[in-house]
Ligand binder design. Structure first.
Ligand SMILES: Nc1nc2c(ncn2[C@@H]2O[C@H](COP(=O)(O)OP(=O)(O)OP(=O)(O)O)[C@@H](O)[C@H]2O)c(=O)[nH]1
Ligand SMILES: [Mg+2]
Length: 455
């Protein structure tokens, strides 16, 4: 249960990275959500970032919290594509802006859809796994005694005790599950071509400032926080060279961005989004270094210009990759088709990929995989204690400012504590460049941000 009517708190009074717009519009929930998850979606132009976000929102069956102003407008825009797959796609993200889309999903509902592995993880987080396994083992021992050792009465008693322990563990876990708060998931639309340009340091700094502010607030409010980037891999855009495609450049940078997530094991996801074309491109027996011309064709519409891809590049980036570690960052792979239906016809050195867009929510096993990845990205033990119907009594606003220039180091991190009504949080966002928040309430001493220069 949550109090979604509670006012949301602006996280930044102005843009911490002067060259990039994105954070000043961000608000943070002030009701007790169980967790906040930031997912920056990186991908080259036209590779399918918006499509991924749309599929994820559908797969999560997410809803929009009570947003205002720019945040509300951004959500409405993406919801047009979620609800109507034939609607024109939103414009490409312009350089200098990082839009975000804020959604909610009920914690209990999310866990009900994550399969056995996810459910076991949840039970462990809720402290129910050990008593459950213990109870089941005792019950099994009791049954074995009855069958093998003919110890009828004592075996049956043991089995009944084991079953009782397991049942109590399940009832307690269900009770805690029912109390879980919502999970707030925020998708950040990061124009990948900017990430390997001169503006790369700005994008990196923006995400760093986001994580720092969110983590401090999560610590303060006792909730979970997850930051995990998603990189879109469009097999049709991998080109013919061994390296140097936009995807491969971004893939090299991915661990660096994922490292913002910190913790024991930073995580990232690579989403391969035109899966049905990968197999035909990597057909058995074909020359591995052969180049194939692939023509993508939206069903019933004129075909786009053919794109050349080398079979071995697609094999290396899509087929041969496996979940695993890249340094200390865990990288998982999601394989799916954005299209509702896709068919591939092959000619000697050419493929035609005919696709039909629809209201998809990751196809096949991909949906379960995506939800399980999301659930396993966080430490959910805080979920068990983080729920309450009460809005927070006090809310904090942080304003971070980054000095532009050589090092772009975090220059200021200031906290203003609001009154218990939280009324100030409902004020409109201050315009970029205003410094009016700084020091207003004189509570700098309570700032725990590691990079705060004002302690
Ligand atoms: N479903 C599907 N769409 C494809 C395929 N090939 C090209 N498209 C087109 O790819 C477009 C790109 O999707 P978007 O999700 O808008 O890509 P994006 O990364 O957000 O693009 P920008 O924001 O412009 O950088 C879609 O509008 C489709 O029309 C395909 O194989 N399947
Ligand atoms: Mg887009």
């Amino acid at each position: 249960m949550t109090a979604e009517g509670a006012p949301r708190v602006p996280m930044f009074a102005d843009e911490p990275v002067r060259e990039l717009r994105g954070l000043a519009a961000l608000t943070d929930p002030s009701d007790r959500v169980a967790a906040v998850i930031d997912l920056p979606i990186l991908g080259a132009r036209g590779d399918g970032k918006t499509q991924f976000i749309v599929h994820a929102i559908r797969a999560l069956r997410a809803h929009t919290p009570a947003l205002l102003g720019a945040e509300q407008a951004m959500n409405r825009e993406v919801m047009r594509s979620v609800l109507d797959p034939r609607s024109p796609r939103p414009d490409a993200t312009p350089p200098g802006a990082v839009p975000h889309f804020t959604f909610r999903v009920r914690g209990a509902g999310l866990f009900a859809r994550v399969g056995i592995a996810g459910a076991l993880r949840l039970l462990a987080g809720l402290g129910a796994l050990v008593p459950l396994v213990l109870g089941a083992s005792i019950a099994a021992l009791g049954i074995a005694l009855v069958i093998a050792a003919h110890a009828g009465a004592s075996g049956a008693l043991l089995a009944a005790c084991g079953a009782l322990v397991a049942a109590i563990a399940i009832v307690r876990a269900r009770g805690r599950l029912a109390q879980l708060g919502d999970v707030e998931i925020v998708f950040w639309d990061v124009a990948g071509e900017q990430v390997y340009s001169a503006a790369a340091a700005d994008y990196y700094a923006l995400l760093g400032a986001l994580v720092e502010a969110r983590r401090a607030r999560a610590h303060e409010l006792g909730r979970s926080y997850v930051f995990a980037p998603v990189l879109i891999c469009n097999p049709l855009a991998l080109g013919t060279a061994d390296s140097g495609s936009p995807y491969e450049r971004l893939r090299e940078l991915l661990p660096l961005f994922a490292a913002h997530g910190g913790g024991g094991e930073p995580r990232a996801l690579v989403a391969i989004n035109r899966w049905s074309v990968v197999d035909p491109i990597c057909a058995r027996g074909a020359e591995r270094d052969e180049v194939v011309a692939v023509t993508a064709c939206a069903h019933g519409e004129p075909a786009a210009a053919a794109r050349d891809v080398a079979r071995d590049v697609v094999r290396a980036c899509c087929l041969d990759v496996e979940d695993g570690r890249d340094g200390d960052v865990r990288i998982d792979y999601l394989r799916y088709d954005t299209a509702l239906r896709a068919s591939v016809t092959t000619d000697e050195h050419a493929l035609t990929y005919d696709y039909e867009e629809g209201p998809g929510a990751f196809n096949g096993r991909a949906r379960l995989r995506f939800l399980s990845w999301l659930v396993s990205s966080g430490s959910w033990s805080a979920f068990a204690t983080g729920s309450s119907a009460e809005p927070l009594k006090a809310a904090s606003i942080r304003t971070a400012s980054l000095a532009s220039g050589a090092g772009r180091s975090l220059a200021g991190f200031v906290m203003v504590r609001l009154g218990s009504s939280g009324a100030a949080a409902a004020d409109p966002l201050p315009e970029a460049g205003t410094a009016g928040f700084c020091g207003a309430a004189g509570t700098l001493a309570s700032c725990r941000c590691s990079s705060c220069s004002l302690k």
